[in-house]
Design a protein around this ligand. Structure first.
Ligand code: 13P
Ligand code: SF4
Length: 303
């Protein structure tokens, strides 16, 4: 089916079912265009809570849809492609976290939202890339076990007096951007501002003019007087920025920075999701209740 026909069908079914489509910035352009809301992980959590819809179709990866259900259980949450996962979220299990907690009994557990419901349920508070420093500094104790992203954790450690224990998880999309890629780009474009996502390696972040979540990167381009930018995150952000600001120049930190799991969400998959109510996310209630505490604690301090 042509994209226009797919979009027409999606819009019709969305209205009939009182559904909304929430999309992350890394999904395909056409999926973002049919979405009711496009944002970063933090704003997507807030949009899920605020929505008056009965059904949320989540154009993103598994943990995002799961988080939406954890905080708004009265809604039906659908993930159009059931195996659209986040490899970093799979780098920690609840069991492994329980073992680590025994080794660090004094530490509070700060868990990046890129994690399973079961891991969130074992954690004291969640964070996203937009609020990680604020979350860690909100904790009363002096010791934190930060899971699962070692790069985000190391970045937070530079901005707090607390002792941070890191978990060895990482996002392959951002980990594959290297310091030498940035050195070369900076030589070619010496006036460009370098904006990087905190999932990048510390060596990469050391070159950055701004270390920001995906929304933060977009806002900084809007705010900044610069006309040239090196963008250290997934390539869909670079494409969107080029369309939105045709007079500015954008250089991807790496041409290979692509989240294939986000790209699994196609218009066909979104339409199928609405037609057949697939694939419904579920979380056992005893886990959901505990995970919700960690997410709500984050939302309370995020404003
Ligand atoms: P944001 O918090 O910027 O949306 O990032 C989420 C993510 O998965 C980045 O890889
Ligand atoms: Fe996970 Fe990385 Fe994709 Fe974000 S970009 S969803 S952290 S694999």
């Amino acid at each position: 089916m042509e994209n226009e026909l797919l979009i027409e069908e999606i819009k019709k079914l969305k209205a009939e079912r009182n559904a909304v489509i929430l999309s992350h910035f890394y999904t395909r352009r056409e999926v973002q265009e049919v979405a009711d809301f496009v944002g970063d992980s933090l704003s997507l959590c807030k949009a899920a809570v605020d929505s008056k819809a009965d059904i949320i179709v989540f154009a993103g990866v598994y943990f995002m849809a799961e988080s939406a259900l954890i905080i708004s259980p009265e809604k039906t949450v659908l993930l159009p492609v059931p195996d659209a996962g986040c490899p970093m979220a799979d780098m920690i299990t609840a069991e492994a976290l329980r073992d680590a907690k025994e080794k660090h009994p004094e530490a509070e557990i700060v868990c990046y939202v890129n994690s399973s419901a079961a891991v969130k349920a074992e954690s004291d508070i969640c964070c996203t890339s937009a609020n990680a420093i604020k979350v860690v500094n909100s904790i009363e104790g002096q010791e934190v076990l930060f899971v699962p992203d070692k790069n985000l954790g190391a970045f937070v450690a530079l901005h707090t007096d607390k002792k941070i224990h890191l978990w060895p998880g990482f996002c392959h999309v951002h980990e594959n951007i290297r310091g030498k890629d940035i050195e070369e780009l900076k030589k070619l474009h010496p006036d460009a501002e370098f904006l990087a996502h905190p999932e990048c390696r510390p060596e990469v972040l050391s070159y950055a003019n701004g270390v920001l979540s995906t929304s933060g990167i977009i806002r900084e381009v809007e705010r900044s007087g610069s006309t040239e930018f090196i963008i250290g995150t997934e390539k869909e952000i670079v494409r969107s920025l080029k369309r939105k600001y045709p007079d500015k120049k954008f250089y991807p930190a790496s041409e290979k920075a692509c989240c294939y799991n986000m790209k699994k969400i196609t218009l066909e998959a979104v339409l199928n999701s609405l037609q057949n109510m697939e694939y419904e996310i579920s979380v056992p209630e005893h886990i959901r209740v505990k995970a919700r505490k960690a997410l709500n604690r984050m939302l309370e301090i995020s404003g």
